[in-house]
Write a protein that binds this ligand. Structure first.
Ligand code: ADP
Length: 398
């Protein structure tokens, strides 16, 4: 085999990966390590695909391994399979590229240092994204590593969509609405171009509803507005993140209730959202299986908040032609899709209950003005495509 391309996608509690033949992008294997960080679960590896057996056959993971350890374990697993699997290039999801990085880039020590400066803006992701890059730069400096940014897709937004109503000096020092989940939105944009042609160039809203959740409004398949802002805490209610919250409440908690910054961070990132409101779980599957009124209220609030934000983005993009659901919840929960769509009749949304239940790709009612699609996202495919392109350019190939 001529060489393999590894796409790494580190989330807050998991490390997903996909392995491709570098020259052709033929998929070899995909999978991940779950249970990383403070999940209370032991680390657990799973993989599927033609070459999965070669990796799964390795010694088991230490149950308390962290993101960096898991990435190293995976890379060692691939290295142990030489010459069948010869690592040629690694592509990484990097959550934050600031205003500076609006496209994928080959990482050098200097670029790594610049990316490290964004770690405080995405504390549950950026350090996990950068740790394997740093360790590979040290151990294999010649191996091309390509960083692909979640923020980059949104850099086409008009200035008004990126500005906070704060004194100008803040924007000048980079306090802007950056937006996230850009690799997922880029994948969906490409799918829409293939599936819907000219119609996809119109007013599109994509709902990426996973453990983290956001919306993106597109026109001409480029980002016009999004719900996440300076950090990935803004916008929709999420698994354990609050989403948008009255900033006056935060002042109150600090000034009147003496809450520390650390406690506030923990509250907003890890104790709120579906988990906080239900008191049961951050996992929608657990809530759908739970009969308690609090679980029901958490799901109702999730849908209500999502529908209100869809209305807000529809204003930014001037209406709605296509609504897309994607990611864990968007792809797999007919009940949540139905709850959200029930608010959206005023935007021309009506779903076909039967198509929704069976998980069809198109779930809109035939007579409805707006189309509603369910599309599987694939961030690793976007990373792989960019990594291959920059690897070839670096090697002087067209
Ligand atoms: P991440 O942001 O970690 O990548 P995912 O896109 O994997 O998250 O989505 C995780 C969410 O998807 C969880 O809330 C999980 O409950 C939900 N989910 C996954 N499968 C289903 C399903 N079959 N029914 C309902 N919810 C699901």
């Amino acid at each position: 085999m001529s060489g393999v391309l590894l796409a790494l996608n580190a989330g807050s509690s998991s490390l997903k990966f996909a392995l491709y033949e570098a020259a052709t992008l033929a998929p070899l294997c995909r999978g991940g390590v779950a249970g990383l960080g403070e999940t209370g679960q032991p680390a657990h590896f799973s993989a599927h695909g033609p070459e999965a057996g070669k990796l799964s056959a390795l010694a088991s993971l230490a149950p308390d391994i962290d993101h960096e350890g898991a990435a190293r374990w995976l890379i060692d697993a691939i290295a142990a399979r030489q010459p069948e699997l010869e690592l040629a290039v690694v592509g990484h999801r990097v959550v934050h590229g600031g205003a500076e990085f609006d496209r994928p880039v080959r990482v050098t020590p200097d670029i790594l240092q610049r990316l490290s400066a964004y770690a405080p803006l995405a504390p549950s992701h950026q350090p996990h994204n950068l740790a394997p890059i740093r360790s590979l730069l040290a151990s294999r400096p010649d191996l091309p590593q390509i960083a692909c940014f979640d923020t980059a897709f949104h850099r086409t937004q008009p200035r008004l969509a990126q500005l906070f109503p704060l004194p100008r000096a803040f924007a000048e020092r980079g306090v802007l609405r950056y937006g996230f989940h850009g690799l997922s939105y880029q994948f969906i944009a490409e799918e829409l171009r293939l599936l819907r042609g000219e119609r996809a160039q119109g007013r599109v809203i994509v709902a990426h509803l996973g453990h983290g959740a956001s919306l993106c409004a597109m026109r001409g398949l480029t980002s016009v507005a999004t719900t996440m802002g300076f950090t990935a805490l803004d916008g929709l209610m999420m698994g354990s993140r609050s989403g948008a919250i009255d900033p006056g409440l935060l002042l109150h908690l600090i000034l009147e209730e003496g809450m520390t910054a650390k406690a506030l961070h923990e509250l907003l990132y890890n104790e709120s959202g579906l988990l906080g409101v239900s008191g049961v779980s951050d996992d929608l599957r657990a809530l759908e299986a739970d009969a308690s009124p609090a679980a029901e209220e958490a799901m109702a609030l999730f849908a209500y908040r999502a529908a209100r934000e869809i209305g807000s983005l529809a204003s930014a993009v001037g209406g709605l032609d296509i609504l897309v659901f994607t990611a864990g919840i968007g792809e797999n929960s007919p009940a949540m899709r139905a709850r959200i769509c029930a608010f959206l009749g005023h935007l021309g949304v009506a779903i076909d209950a039967e198509a929704n239940r069976r998980g069809a790709a198109s779930i809109g009612a035939a007579e409805a003005a707006a189309e509603v699609l369910v599309l599987a996202t694939n961030e690793e495919a976007v990373i792989a495509e960019a990594a291959q392109r920059l690897w070839r350019e670096g090697a002087g190939e067209p």
